[in-house]
Design a protein around this ligand. Structure first.
Ligand code: 5AD
Ligand code: SF4
Length: 435
């Protein structure tokens, strides 16, 4: 039976969120309707992440739960990075799976759904660069802040990471395609674009750099804000750093993962930066844009990490004073070099280190927020808050700001930041700027 309704559940990074949106558009173009709940959907797409922990096991148990009380089940598509890693094996492990589709070929989802409706169980985990982008329908509606994938894949081969295997080699989308999609999103209501890529600042095409792309996109009328994520420290070029000081639409926020504060661990991770080169980059970024909010990712318990190595990580946190940061326990990923390294760290030690690290990160985050109290700034309204008349938006520093206003999502309002919490700010509206 051909499905009429669908539900897509995306896990993991923002690129997966983008992929989930595009799958929804593809299915929508076939006349299918999004269902509010999984239970109401004829087709369920699990758009999975493989980066940490027991991702595959979790996906299979999620699939098991899709069986309904009357014994029936929806059509089930396993998508995303677990699909890429498992391939045809997925069908053997779970007879409930009808479709296995990797992150580079999901433009084929509609035809695979048609095949599955006829009883086939198609699998496609090819890694052709970029061809999916050509197949997408034109974008018509966008959220005030919209994701735009400009680069995919990774050639850096950090020894802990699955991305080079699940997303393939580093590729950049062509300039014209990105600009056309950006115009479509702005025409559809986006005021902010978040440029996405596993190594977004490695974007380069036809001799043009990522900094030039940002400057080019900043010329689009109606586009008010530009952000990008995730960056690699080695691709923080002088022209990109300069853009942070020169392009007003480029928001003062930079997610620049350091992963560890210990040079021997960085070397074992194959990060190709040291703490010194990283800190020198941070210094230059701050010179270009003194108010910039900095963010990072950290891994604790990488194989061989001693107490001394971990303390070096705590020291770099004190030095940089991040406005926010994500920290994770190391998780051995099958097939990666680090999984085969000696001296894997016991989980109790990882738990202890994670707790100590997060306590410092949280303290810095609160301190950053407290320092912005009293500042007059602009907030892009994104959605309704919990109370009547309350809206939630973002400050330039990516803080979530709660405020009372009649302004609608997509409007930018002049706000004074009046109170700080650990995870959000309270704002008082001064006036509306742009609709
Ligand atoms: N174990 C733990 N964390 C990981 N990350 C990537 N691979 C692993 C792993 N095997 C973290 C890194 C990366 C973020 C997206 O996820 O910190 O920057
Ligand atoms: Fe997860 Fe990485 Fe795949 Fe994103 S690219 S979904 S973080 S494994």
């Amino acid at each position: 039976m051909t499905p009429k309704t669908f539900k897509i559940k995306s896990f993991g990074c923002q690129m997966n969120v983008y992929d989930g949106e595009r799958m929804a558009e593809l299915l929508g173009a076939e006349g299918m309707i999004p269902a509010a709940e999984t239970a109401d959907a004829d087709l369920v797409v699990l758009n999975t992440c493989h980066i940490r922990e027991k991702a595959a096991d979790k996906a299979y148990s999620d699939i098991g739960r899709l069986r309904r009380e009357d014994g029936s089940k929806p059509l089930i598509a396993l998508a995303g990075c677990v699909a890429q890693a498992e391939g045809a094996e997925a069908k053997r492990r779970s007879p409930m799976i009808d479709i296995v589709v990797g992150p580079q070929v999901y433009h084929r989802l509609p035809e695979m759904v048609a095949e599955a409706s006829r009883g086939a169980r198609p699998v496609d985990t090819d890694l052709p660069p970029l061809s999916k982008f050509d197949a997408f329908p034109k974008r018509r509606r966008a959220t005030p802040s919209a994701f735009l994938t400009v680069q995919e894949g990774c050639d850096k081969f950090c020894t802990y990471c699955v991305v080079p295997y699940t997303r393939g080699a580093e590729v950049s989308r062509p300039w014209d395609d990105i600009v056309a999609e950006a115009h479509g999103l702005v025409d559809g209501g986006a005021r902010e674009l978040v440029l996405l890529g596993q190594n977004v600042n490695a974007w380069a095409h036809s001799g043009r750099s990522f900094a030039e792309l940002i400057r080019g996109l900043a010329k689009i009328d109606g586009l008010e804000r530009i952000r990008y994520t995730t960056s690699h420290p080695v691709n923080m070029t002088e022209d990109l750093i300069a853009a942070h000081g020169e392009v007003p639409k480029l928001m003062p926020y930079l997610h620049l993962p350091v992963q560890s504060g210990s040079n021997p661990i960085l070397k074992a991770m194959n990060r190709s930066h040291t703490t010194d080169t990283y800190l020198a980059t941070i210094e230059k970024v701050r010179a270009a844009r003194p108010d910039i909010a900095l963010s990072s990712d950290f891994i604790v318990g990488f194989p061989g990490e001693s107490e001394e190595d971990f303390e070096a990580t705590l020291r770099i946190v004190e030095e940089v004073r991040y406005a926010s940061a994500y920290s994770f326990k190391y998780s051995a990923r099958p097939g990666t070099p680090a999984a085969a390294m000696e001296d894997q760290i016991p989980v109790e030690i990882m738990d202890d280190r994670l707790q100590r690290l997060q306590a410092r990160i949280n303290a810095h985050q609160l301190a950053f927020n407290a320092k912005t109290v009293g500042i007059d700034t602009e907030v892009l309204i994104e959605r309704k808050g919990r109370h009547d008349g309350q809206m939630i938006g973002r400050s330039p520093w990516l803080q979530s700001v709660h405020l009372e206003t009649a302004a609608a999502p997509g409007e930018i309002v002049e706000v004074t930041l009046v109170a700080a919490g650990p995870n959000s700010m309270t704002g008082a509206v001064r006036e509306r700027v742009a609709a």
